[in-house]
Ligand binder design. Sequence first.
Ligand SMILES: O=C(O)Cc1cc(O)ccc1O
Ligand SMILES: [Fe+2]
Length: 435
Amino acid sequence: MGSTHDTDLTYSPGFGNEHVSEAVPGALPIGRNSPQRAPLGLYAEQLSGTAFTEPRHQNRRSWLYRIRPSAAHPPFRRIDNGRLRSAPFLDVEPDPNRLRWSAPALPDVPTDFVQGLVSVGGNGDVLRREGIGIHWYAANTSMTNRVFSSSDGEFLIVPEHGTLLLRTELGLLQAGPGEVALIPRGLRFRVELLDATARGYVCENYGQAFRLPDLGPIGANGLANARDFLAPVAAFEDREEPVEVINKFGGNLWAATYDHSPLDVVGWHGNLVPYVYDLRRFNVLGSLSYDHPDPSIFTVLTAPSDTPGLANADFVVFAPRWLVGEDTFRPPYFHRNVMSEFMGLIEGAYDAKAEGFVPGGASLHNMMSAHGPDRATFDKASAAELKPQKVDDGLAFMFETRWPVVPTSGALAADHRQEGYDEVWKGLERHFRTS
Ligand SMILES: O=C(O)Cc1cc(O)ccc1O
Ligand SMILES: [Fe+2]
């Protein structure tokens, strides 16, 4: 698993901290953000991810020192949305059924990351900055002379196949299977493929930014550790040529042809940054005595709502771990959840499903829909000898969200949708006896 490409990229570590980076020495002003004339003839520009007035501990902004100000651009015009959709998702009626898909096919005509975005569904409302959009991407070409950003939300990109090189305004990131990348709302980036093809998942978070969960009684360390999040260092393009800049705004794609590359930031500082994280660094915690803990213990990142403890979206990883619980049904339990669960598989297998949940595929268990181990898993785990067991044959994840996920008509009609998913729970036998 993981990237087959050596990363010679330089990164700046940490989560939520202030980073400072210059691609050319002296690009950053000292002791102020907005001097009368910025160094090296650059333009100073602030990128705000939170309202100016939000509390300091959640305030996110960066100062960019660039060759041209972002404001210097012609009008945007509407372009085709392809198969990208946004909230509110009104295409079909909300569906209580458990849904499952095999992996979408890789494209056979030239398709870049943006063209390869296919929406599964979502919730909330982009214009209210609430909810999420869930997408697959499947691509076979790099973006060339094209740059993308979403004003609607941050992009949490989960590669399942192929390594991506993300050229962002703040510098370069690389993410392959087993790693995730996050691009903040509004930040421009270009996706280049380091393999012939690439496929994966995107959680477009319209709401408050993803952050590390509180640890409570866990203590000062554990789960995803802050220093394992890697932001880029400044790297700029000085290109005076037509570049199509695509802006997802209000659920639609808009484009403007700039006469220069907007990836022209020579130096920057701040705490609003894109980043990558290697899921294999996740410090998995769990039960050392009995019972199966709720999967919130596996939360990598959480995007809060306005209600404390109720996430707009959680990003949860099911990483290799030991199971030692005594007198315990060890796989995920049967349950109905007020939160809605979209799951994907990066590699291998998942311990609640004997078959059918495949890498690149997905399942959607919507609000209150009953799910849990399939019949084969239940039978096996109910009879298993409970010695310490390493679960290390797969890497699965979940986007868990506060509101039901309404699928797109395209996702419901997709040829890779698995008919008969309900069958996996068929034949769970009656074992009841009164004594
Ligand atoms: O449904 C799932 O597979 C996700 C999940 C995993 C788990 O360990 C407990 C609850 C839960 O929703
Ligand atoms: Fe679940």
